[in-house]
Design a binder for this molecule. Structure first.
Ligand code: AMP
Ligand code: GLY
Length: 439
């Protein structure tokens, strides 16, 4: 049994904690949420921006392994910091890529250049990276004006180069919208000094999750997130309103193409660039006309994808991550269950405009944790002994079925009814693309 500290406080982190616990490990969640507090009684109140605090907590609790949930910690160099930390001296390992490799997520321009250099299929793009926002804006406006006259390539998607908490991408339908979005990049400060204009792709999105030591990799089930707020993929982008796995969208032929054109060149590119990558590599794809395109890389687990892929794995996460850290991933025991999962995310009604705060969350624990039905908390906290809402995405209800997608979806929606809080809302069509198919 190992002692594992999971950094973060979302549904992803609760699902990771559940996975470690399933294999008998002792879990500390930092800072965690009400779900991790109730399930493991070991939340550690930490400021995740303060790496020294994390280091001290790891030493005090004699942690064996630190698992990092959110991207900003990785992009800001917690893994590099760890190499010099006291905890590291004491033998505490950390799971995640180094800062130079995490630029695959931390800089969209770096990721596009990497993909181009290593021959991955990507949308057409133009990078505006003078380091001066005004100058970039002038150049980008000039391009958009040329598009209006039909003289320039149509590049309507605007992407801030740096991390913007998932809000730095504008998928625009018109030049006017693109112009407005460009203006709005100011609100992101330095993260959006440089940016991209990109061709708009249309198709199905698929999330690929790999664990890799930069040489070999193991793939979790492909999954699909539902990013838009309302049914039928309408409304604003959110952190993710639900997910299901496996996607059922990938034919064996497409799988072969994804391996050949996306995964292999990515791993080879990581090696060729000399990037130290021990961790999760999440690859977001768009399938357009039966061809996969790279949308983005993330250097951590997805949320809510984790809540559907982790219950479909037969592998001890501690062993798996340690094998990855020690470069033994090729020999790791990692099996996927042939089953189906669905996660319905319960949000406050004003999400994503505002968060839900302080509403009491009522549920009967006896409805969860058995029959492959799990409740993964996200924006919740304990207040005077009660669970209350504390975020936009409040709870994700995941169900697993050995039978079919439809069964997993039906189970998740039945279980969701057992959770109540004022203003509760959710999408009622999670998994709609696979709902009517025979499995
Ligand atoms: P990203 O942060 O790059 O994953 O972008 C956020 C979301 O914007 C993606 O999940 C897609 O839904 C959408 N998106 C990003 N790039 C494109 C593109 N080139 N064409 C169409 N949609 C895109
Ligand atoms: N589900 C999208 C993400 O984790 O970035």
């Amino acid at each position: 049994m190992a002692k594992v500290m999971i950094l973060g406080s979302g549904g992803r982190e609760h699902a990771l904690a559940w996975w470690f616990k399933k294999y008998g490990h002792e879990v500390y969640a930092a800072p965690g949420n009400a779900g991790t507090a109730i399930d493991y009684r070991a939340n550690i109140g930490l400021d995740l921006n303060n790496f020294e605090e994390i280091d001290n907590a790891a030493v005090e609790n004699a942690i064996d392994l630190v698992v990092v949930g959110p991207e900003d910690l990785i992009v800001n160099g917690i893994v590099d910091y760890w190499d010099r930390s006291e905890a590291h001296q004491e033998g505490t390992k950390i799971f995640g890529p180094h800062m130079a490799a995490a630029r695959l997520e931390g800089s969209k321009i770096f990721a596009r250049r990497f993909a181009e250099k290593h021959g991955l299929p990507i949308p057409e793009y133009l990078a505006f990276n003078s380091g001066n926002f005004r100058r970039n804006l002038t150049m980008a406006r000039r391009h958009l004006a040329g598009m209006n006259k039909g003289m320039e390539r149509e590049l309507l998607v605007v992407k801030a180069d740096g991390l913007c908490a998932g809000k730095g991408v504008g998928v625009n339908k018109s030049v006017k919208d693109a112009e407005d979005y460009l203006e709005s990049l100011k609100r992101f400060g330095n993260a959006a000094t440089d940016f991209l204009l990109e061709e708009r792709l249309m198709g199905e999105e698929v999330s690929i999750t790999l664990i890799t030591d930069g040489i070999s990799y193991k793939a979790f089930h492909h999954s699909q997130d539902h990013k838009r707020r309302y049914e039928g993929d309408r409304g604003p982008n959110t952190g993710g309103m639900g997910a299901y796995a496996p996607t059922g969208l990938i034919t064996p032929e497409l799988e072969r193409i994804i391996n050949k054109d996306i995964i292999r060149p990515t791993i080879e590119g990581i090696q060729a660039e000399g990037l130290e990558y021990d961790g999760i590599l999440y690859i977001a794809l768009m399938i357009q006309d039966n061809k996969p395109y790279l949308i983005e890389y993330n250097c951590r687990f997805g949320d809510p994808e984790t809540q559907v892929i982790v219950p479909l794995v037969d592998a001890d996460p501690y062993r798996l991550m340690m094998d990855c850290i020690y470069g033994n991933l090729d020999k790791a025991d990692f099996r996927l269950k042939q089953a189906y999962s669905c996660c319905v995310v319960l949000v406050g009604e004003e999400y994503p405009r505002t968060s839900s705060k302080g509403e009491e969350v009522l549920y009967s624990p006896s409805n969860f944790g058995k029959d492959e039905i799990f409740m993964f908390h996200a924006g919740t906290k304990m207040e005077k002994g009660n669970v209350v809402t504390d975020g936009g995405r409040v709870i994700g209800v995941t169900a697993v079925s050995d039978v079919s997608h439809e069964d997993a979806i039906a189970k998740a929606y039945k279980a969701e009814q057992k959770v109540c809080f004022s203003g509760k809302d959710f999408r009622n069509d999670i998994g709609y693309r696979v709902r009517d198919e025979k499995d």
